[in-house]
Design a protein around this ligand. Structure first.
Ligand code: G3I
Length: 373
C-alpha cells in the first residue's frame, strides 16, 4: 500500500473514506499534484460542494494585474478587507468618503463578484472624533452612520457584517462584551439595535453577526462560543432578522483546537436556523518548523474545513486574502506584535502567486463535501 502511487483514479475512488480518515490533508507527492485532483479554481470546486468561495481584497486588486487575474479565477465573492470600515468611511464627523469603497464595490460587481460588506458596527477601528462625544451623541452617530451607509450600498452589497466581534477576546473575562464606544453608549442592546435598523434600511441584504476565536478550544474560545449562542438566542427572541453567523476562522495551530467540538458548536448554530460563513479564513504558521511550513498549513486548513463543511448550514468560505504577498499577517506592525521573524505564509497562494498545498487541501476538503452530499 505504502508504495502505490496516488493516481487520480485511486484518490477519487477513495474520496468519501478519505474525507473521514483525513488522507487528503495534504497532497503527498508530486504525482498527486500532477494527477489533477488538486488542480482547478477554488470557486468551481466550491460550487460542486454547495458553497460560495470568496476572498478579502482591497487596492491590490487595482495595482497588481496578476493578482487581479488570480482573484477573478478563484473567487466568486469579494469582502472588502478595509474599504468599508467606519474610520475610512467617516474619518471626520458628519463627512463621508465613499469614493474608494464605491470604486471597489462597483468594480467587483462588474466582474460578476458578489460583495460582502465588512463591517457596519465594530468597537474597533473608530476615528478619534468619536471619543470626544457624549453618550447621547455617540448613540446618535451610531444611528446616523447606519442611516447613511446602508442605503448608500443597498442593491450593491449582498450581505453585511452588521456587528463584528461583539465579545471580548482575552484577559480575565473572555466572552463578555467587548468594550468600546458603542457598548458604553448603548449597552449590549447595541447589537439588537444595529440589526433592527439594518433590516429596515436594506430588507434584501443578508444580515450577518461576525465573530472571532470560536475555532479555538481553550477557555477563550469556549467562552466566546457560549456567548455567541446566547446572543443568537437574544437576537431571535427580540424578533430581529439574523440571516447568518460569520466565524472568522483565523486559525492558530499553536493554540488548543478541537475540530469535533467546533463542529458541535456549528450544529448548535444550525439548529437555530441561521446559515454559517467561514468568513476570514487563514492559518497562522508561526508555530510550524521551517522544513514543512506549507505542508502543515495545508494539513491544518484541510482538517478544519473537512470538519466544518460536514455541517450543511455552512454555505460560504472566505479566505482573508488569496496570496501571502497581501496577507494582513505580513503587516510589519502585526509581525512585531506577534514577535514574528519569518514572513508568514497563511494563504493558499504565495508571494509569487504560486499555488500552495493549502489551496489543494481546500479543494480536496470541498470535494469531499460534494461527494458526500
Ligand atoms: O492605508 C494606510 C496607509 O495609508 C498607511 O500608510 C499605513 C501606515 O500604517 O496604514 C495603512 O492602513 C492600514 C490598513 O490595514 C490598510 O493596509 C492600517 O494601518 C492597518 O491597521 C489596517 O489593518 C487591517 C486591520 O483589520 C484593521 O482594520 C488589516 O489590513 C485587516 O486585514 C484587518 O482585518 C481584520 C478584520 O477587519 C476583523 N477580523 C480580524 C482581521 C485581521 O486582523
Amino acid at each position: 500500500m505504502a508504495g502505490r502511487p496516488w493516481t487520480r483514479r485511486r484518490i477519487l475512488g477513495r474520496l468519501p473514506a478519505a474525507c473521514a480518515a483525513g488522507l487528503l490533508d495534504i497532497p503527498r507527492s508530486a504525482a498527486a499534484r500532477r494527477s489533477g485532483v488538486d488542480a482547478g479554481p477554488l470557486r468551481a470546486a466550491a460550487v460542486a460542494g454547495r458553497l460560495v468561495f470568496g476572498a478579502a481584497g482591497g487596492s491590490a486588486l487595482f495595482g497588481d494585474e496578476a493578482y487581479r487575474d488570480l482573484f477573478l479565477a478563484q473567487a466568486a465573492l469579494l469582502t472588502p478587507e478595509n474599504a468599508l470600515k467606519f474610520d475610512g468611511l467617516q474619518p471626520e464627523r458628519g463627512r463621508f468618503f465613499f469614493a474608494d469603497a464605491d470604486r471597489l464595490v462597483d468594480w467587483a460587481r462588474t466582474q460578476g463578484l458578489s460583495v460582502h460588506g465588512h463591517t457596519l458596527i465594530w468597537n474597533d477601528r473608530l476615528p478619534p472624533w468619536l471619543s470626544g462625544l457624549s453618550r447621547r451623541e455617540v448613540a446618535r452617530s451610531f444611528d446616523a452612520y447606519l442611516d447613511r451607509v446602508v442605503p448608500h450600498f443597498a442593491g450593491r452589497i449582498a450581505s453585511w457584517d452588521v456587528v463584528n466581534e461583539p465579545f471580548y477576546l482575552g484577559g480575565d473575562h473572555p466572552g463578555t462584551y467587548r468594550p468600546g464606544p458603542w457598548l458604553d453608549a448603548l449597552g449590549p442592546g447595541y447589537v439588537v439595535r444595529a440589526f433592527r435598523r439594518a433590516a429596515e434600511l436594506d430588507p434584501s441584504a443578508k444580515l450577518v453577526l461576525n465573530e472571532a476565536w470560536t475555532e479555538r478550544a481553550d477557555a477563550i474560545g469556549l467562552a466566546v462560543r457560549r456567548s455567541l449562542l446566547r446572543l443568537v438566542d437574544e437576537l431571535q427572541h427580540a424578533g430581529v432578522r439574523l440571516d447568518a453567523v460569520g466565524l472568522q476562522s483565523h486559525l492558530f495551530p499553536g493554540i488548543a483546537y478541537d475540530d469535533g467540538g467546533f463542529t458541535d458548536f456549528l450544529h448548535g448554530l444550525a439548529e437555530r436556523g441561521v446559515t454559517i460563513r467561514l468568513s476570514e479564513f487563514d492559518v497562522d504558521d508561526e508555530s510550524f518548523p521551517d522544513a514543512d511550513r506549507d505542508g502543515l498549513v495545508a494539513r491544518r486548513a484541510g482538517a478544519y474545513l473537512r470538519a466544518a463543511l460536514s455541517v450543511e448550514a455552512v454555505d460560504t468560505v472566505v479566505s482573508w486574502g488569496l496570496a501571502d504577498r497581501y496577507s494582513w499577517w505580513r503587516d510589519p506592525s502585526v509581525m512585531a506584535a506577534h514577535g514574528m521573524t519569518r514572513l508568514p505564509r497563511p494563504l493558499p497562494f504565495d508571494e509569487m502567486l504560486r499555488r500552495k498545498p493549502m489551496a489543494d487541501a481546500m479543494v480536496a476538503a470541498v470535494r469531499c463535501r460534494g461527494r458526500n452530499g
